[in-house]
Every structure is written in C-alpha cells, then in structure tokens.
Write a protein that binds this ligand. Sequence first.
Ligand code: SF4
Length: 399
Amino acid sequence: MNKTPNSNRIHISIFGKRNAGKSSLLNAIVGQDIAVVSKVKGTTTDPVKKAMEFIPLGPVLFIDTAGLDDAGQLGQKRVEKSMQTLQQTDFGIYVMDASCIDRESLEQAKRNFKRFNIHYLLVFNKIDSISDDKLKDIKENYPNSSFVSTYRNETILQLKNELISRVNKFAEEEHTMIGDIVPYNGKVIMVVPIDSEAPKGRIILPQVQLIRDCLDNGIKSYVTRDVELKDALVDLKDIDLVVTDSQAFKEVNKIVPSNINLTSFSILLSRVKGDLKEFIKGVYAVDKLDNESNILIAESCTHNSTCNDIGRIKIPRGLSKHTNKTFNIDVRAGNDFPKDISRYDLVIHCAGCMLNRKAMQTRLKLCRESSVPITNYGILLAYLNGILPRTIEIFKDKI
Ligand code: SF4
C-alpha cells in the first residue's frame, strides 16, 4: 500500500447550486481538469472525488457535489447523493455565484452544516462578472468569505491559503490505534487467518493500518496465522497484546494464556473511528431483542458475499443461536446508510475501515438521535463468544 487510503484523508466537500462554478473551482484548486465543466446546469451528477497531498495540510480528499437545487426525479437522487456527502465531510466549501446571490439557499446550507457539525467557508465565485461596487457591497455583507474568479490565479491562491488556515484550525487530532495502550518498545502479535475469506495476495486495511501504527509508535509487531500462533507464543516472550481477526476469537482465546491481553482489529478500529464506550453499551441490547426485532447490519464497503460472509451469515446465525430468536435483518453497504433508522432495534456496524471518522461519527449521531443502540462486529463477536471483558481489558483506563 503506497498511498493514504481515502478513509484517512481530510474530506473537503464543495456544495452549492447548479452553475455556481463548483466544478471549475475544484479544477482550479487542484490544478487539473478533474470535474467536467459546462454552462449546462447540472453537469455534475455523482460526486466527483480527487485525492491529493494538500501541503501543508497533508492528504485530503476533495469532493465536488451535484447542485443542491437539482430538479426532477433524477435531480432529486443527485441531491440525495450530495446530502450523503455531507455525512462524511470534515470541512465544507459553499460556492455562490457572485452575480446571483441566493440568501435562502445559503441559509439552508448553513442549517445542513450545523446539523452535521461541519465548519465551512463561503466562497463567492465569478467575481469577474460583477462590478467593483457590487463586489465591495458583497464583501461588506459577507465578511470572512472568499472572493474568487477561476480566471484570476491570485484569487485561487488566496482561497487555498484561507482553506489551509481554516481546515488547520478545525482539524481533529489524529487518533492512534494502539500507541496509547501499548508502551514504546512493547510487543504485539497480530493474528491473520488466511482462510477462504482472506483476499488473495494481500492483507486487509485494518491489518496494514495497525502495522503502520505500531511502527509510528515504536512498538514491535509480529504477524502470524492462527495455526502458527501457539508456536509464536513459545518463540516470543513478554507479549503485551495479541490482536486477532474477530472471527477467530473463539480459537485464539483458547490459545492465548489468560495473562496476555487479547483484542481484535475491529475493536481497535472502533475506538479510532467511533466510540468504544457506546459500542460496548450497545451490545447489551442483544439480550433485549424480541422475536422479529429489526436489526440493521451496516458495512462501509461493497464486496461480493460468500457462504461464510460475516455480516450476512455469521452474525445473523450467532445472534439467533445466542438468543434463540429470529430477527428481521437488513444489510446495507457502502454509503447506503438509511436516513431514518428509528425502525431498528439495534445497529451492528463493521469496523468501518473504508469510512472516515466523520462519517462514522455521523452514523453514531443518527443512532443517538433516534435512541437506537449501536455496536460493532468485533464487540458483538466477543460478546457472543463470552469473552467481552477480556477483549476490552486493555482499554480499562481509556473508557
Ligand atoms: S466491511 Fe467494513 S471493516 Fe470490512 S473491509 Fe469493508 S469497510 Fe472494512
């Protein structure tokens, strides 16, 4: 893996009405023709993404969205996609055509930004199309905004500097997976089963991220399959933590001596992306479920399912076995998280390695607003295997 995954990039999204010049602005900022530009209203359909190194901010993902005033049946679907983009946005840019100011749309956008706790920059575009007096007027009425023309390089440079300073101000500090629970020079064994579920020729993102996190924090990491774990524990002394794929909890729990801490990749990620405490609280809702309770299983990426699929087969089977009940289960993947989740009795989320922290935080917020408990795969599997206390022991001072 030689580039930062999108889930670890700051998401900067561009919103505004059709023909406000959002796509030309994105092209001007990144210095490439990424988004198709035309005078025809509604040229941008699906969100257009451009990952780049935005020095000195670091890795960012720019997202150009369809106009928020798009009309018709298809247009409504595009607006919905733009609204979904809001849920993963760390910082918003609201673009307005300086020659066509629409206060009502701006107020609506402000409400949306507020709802999803997004800091934003208001950008007046196409200032080359208005008189100096009109520009002066707008500047007085909208201080703290940026004023640009994609034909004037110096205005784009000013915008970039403003963007860097604002995003820097509001950027969240980076979260470590393991650096605050294992000491410098500590030892971690990672258990990576190579079974039918394992992707061919590579290891998956949470495992890659944990190796990198160990390197960043001066922690020694050793990777083994479950079948060699017993030998690895003989070879290595003074292990601080064993981290396994949650699906191998049962076997790994038997192999790892009780004096060594054990957790999973999914539980580690639940802390980085979501809220471990809330996920632990949510898992106890399992025992309050009734026959025919509604459960949402949410995964953040789309993949083909196999006969051993964790979300579609293993978790539903484990839940029924544990409770002796049958449930109505919906599985949603990618960005397809339901707008209204109030009809669910429990949400079970994957580790969310492909989701940025903001998107997971928004999903938690939606659950809180509807009083729906939420947990994650790793915590649920630990609970169903009767080893939850052991797998969260290492976090006892952090939650
Ligand atoms: S299902 Fe979730 S945890 Fe698994 S790979 Fe996809 S995003 Fe990552």
